[in-house]
Design a protein around this ligand. Structure first.
Ligand code: G6P
Length: 594
């Protein structure tokens, strides 16, 4: 998704802008550009990677500038559609994340007033509106322009001759980084971590006026105070630390992520969410909403909650939620979102609040939009997740769900004690999966030659099959489908055969026997079969072509070890196929459009 950066200070802006854009590459983009003011405004932009921009852009001298990575939505990726966009005079440059809904009306009006447009983007109306309303005061012109804009935006405006940057947000994140005789603006924390960890999160409707020595924030024309926060993520966490890809590094961080996330909540005397109190206050049902990998964590959460709490849990895809007609007033809604910025999840949260639900967010990014909408936010301690394919955030989300459910579990004291013990051992169990890479690597080499793969699971590992398939397709571009094992015979059997491998997740729980039958059915149809099975399973070796073993765990925790093994399988398959693992084509880390 698009990324924004801005710099004002005593150094050359260009090197800051390029470096920060590189830190935002993980969000996904297809073009990029910078504008620097040095008397007049110089713009350099194209449908190129940031490293190419760095190599080919001329040295621009100014000490104030803006930059952008664009993920095409309104108009294809091209030089002319790349940001920054300028007004007719070329004196005003704007970078923008978001969507302008009343584009047509605004554009026609501006054209009738003599403004010339060169791109297909919605963004281009913004510099023209600012030009129209400019009367000697840039922030007032920005305010006036935004008053007529409908939609979502995070923008930064640069004007020739004005030693300031003006930033504004609505439904799209923007932060200001505080430096020493220099200040920064970015859509995302990793962009500025090389320079500062002191940030101000702009709130909805805020307009920030940033000079090298001052930051003033206005809302509805009046100055407001915004708290300064210290970002706890380190720059090392946002770097590869010797790993070839962020995805591999993040997979390997999972033992620590489990420890950190559990440590955060087990050390507190207060319950994370006081479910009993909420029940006394009239909460009757629970709902989890999410997208992508977070949705798969939510699906695992359904099994965890229903098994341990014995209460029904609804799980919905956030983008589908608008179309459902449930009565929700007495519902505790949990929204899971790593970034806290996914447009579909935020829209669902707003609707939930409107109908009077209590909304709890499980998010990884402190200060994200989800945390502002939610009544309460539970933070996962995954640290910055840079790879587009989510890995450690999934595990951290599961940890929060386990902890929420175990806190109120209806399980007997013995089972509870054994689950708590297993939870403590999970980091080392995950480490064992990570140490067992050789067999995963062999299976990945084998898989990399195929174009279609099925993943099957049952019970609590059905969502893990969905997640395994999602990981494989997004990083290796192999068509992969996750299925409930029992559903294969209702259609997919037609596709099985020598050229369609199946990955079966074989858990030692009440699904075991049924899964063995499924595997026999699959083998009878000649599909190559890779099983993911527990250590000590003597039967599976005679049925499957290859077996990836995972350590024994209580079945309720099996999604963690199985998901980690499937993440590695996807990673190594993609590597074998030479894919750009951290930045898969057409995908974005944080999807801020519906
Ligand atoms: C994008 C990312 C996925 C992620 C999904 C939901 O599609 O590429 O990895 O699972 O968004 O993101 P969220 O930040 O809401 O968890």
């Amino acid at each position: 998704m698009c990324g924004i950066v801005g710099y004002i200070g005593e150094k050359q802006a260009q090197s800051f802008l390029v470096n920060s854009l590189r830190r935002l590459e993980y969000r996904g983009y297809d073009s990029c550009g910078i504008a620097v003011a040095d008397g007049s405004i110089e713009v350099y932009k194209d449908a190129i990677r940031v490293e190419t921009l760095e190599r080919v852009a001329p040295q621009l001298g100014g000490k104030v500038g803006i930059g952008h990575t664009r993920w095409a939505t309104c108009g294809g990726p091209s030089q002319v559609n790349a940001h920054p966009h300028c007004d007719c005079t070329g004196n005003i440059a704007v970078v923008h994340n978001g969507v302008i809904n009343n584009l047509q009306g605004l554009k026609q009006q501006l054209i009738s007033e003599g403004h010339n447009f060169v791109s297909e983007t919605d963004t281009e109306v913004i510099p023209h509106l600012i030009e129209k309303y400019y009367n000697g005061n840039l922030e007032k012109a920005v305010e006036a322009a935004l008053r007529v804009v409908e939609g979502s935006y995070a923008i930064v405006v640069l004007m020739a001759g004005e030693p300031k940057l003006v930033a504004a947000r609505k439904d799209s994140p923007l932060i200001i980084g505080i430096g020493d005789r220099e200040n920064f603006i970015a859509s995302d924390v990793p962009a500025i971590l090389d320079y500062t960890n002191r940030v101000i999160y702009l709130e909805e409707g805020d307009i920030g006026v940033v000079t090298k020595d001052s930051i003033k924030i206005r809302r509805d024309g009046t100055e407001v105070d915004r708290e300064e926060h210290k970002v706890l993520w380190s720059i090392e966490e946002a770097q590869k630390a010797g790993y070839e890809h962020f995805m591999l590094k993040e997979i390997h961080e999972q033992p620590k992520v489990i420890r950190d996330t559990l440590g955060e909540y087990t050390s507190s005397a207060e319950p994370v969410v006081d479910l009993m109190r909420l029940r006394d206050e009239g909460i009757e049902s629970m709902l989890i909403l999410a997208c992508g990998t977070s949705y798969h964590a939510a699906l695992v959460g359904k099994y965890i909650v229903e098994e341990l709490l014995r209460i029904p849990m609804m799980v919905e895809i956030a983008s589908e939620f608008s179309y459902y007609g449930q009565t929700l007033a007495r519902t505790l809604a949990i929204v899971i979102t790593q970034s806290g910025e996914t447009a579909d999840s935020l829209k669902a949260m707003k609707r939930l609040k409107e109908v009077g639900c209590r909304v709890v967010a499980i998010a990884n990014v402190v200060g994200s939009s989800a945390s502002r909408i939610a009544d309460q936010t539970i933070y996962t301690k995954a640290g910055p997740e840079i790879s587009v394919a989510a890995t450690k955030s999934f595990t951290a989300q599961l940890m929060v769900l386990y902890w929420l459910a175990i806190g109120y579990s209806k399980a007997d004291a013995r089972r509870l004690a054994s689950m708590l013990l297993e939870l403590r051992q999970l980091p080392s169990k995950v480490q064992q999966v990570l140490d067992n890479e050789d067999i995963i690597l062999q299976c990945a080499r084998y898989l990399s030659k195929y174009e279609n793969v099925f993943f099957i699971g049952r019970g609590i590992n059905f969502p893990v099959a969905l997640e395994g398939a999602l990981k494989l397709k997004e990083v290796s571009y192999i068509h992969a489908e996750g299925y409930a094992a029992g559903e294969l015979k209702h259609g997919p059997f037609a596709l099985l055969g020598e050229n369609t491998p199946v990955i079966a997740i074989v858990a030692r729980d009440n699904t075991y026997e049924a899964m063995l039958s499924n595997i026999k059915e699959i083998k009878a149809r000649k599909s190559p079969l890779i099983a993911l099975a527990e250590e000590g399973d003597e039967v599976i070796g005679s049925l499957a072509d290859s077996v990836i073993t995972v350590p024994q765990v209580d079945a309720i925790f099996s999604p963690v070890v199985n998901a980690v093994a499937l993440q590695l399988l996807a990673y190594y398959t993609a590597k074998e196929r030479g894919c750009p693992i951290d930045f898969p084509r057409n995908l974005a880390k944080s999807v801020t459009v519906e």
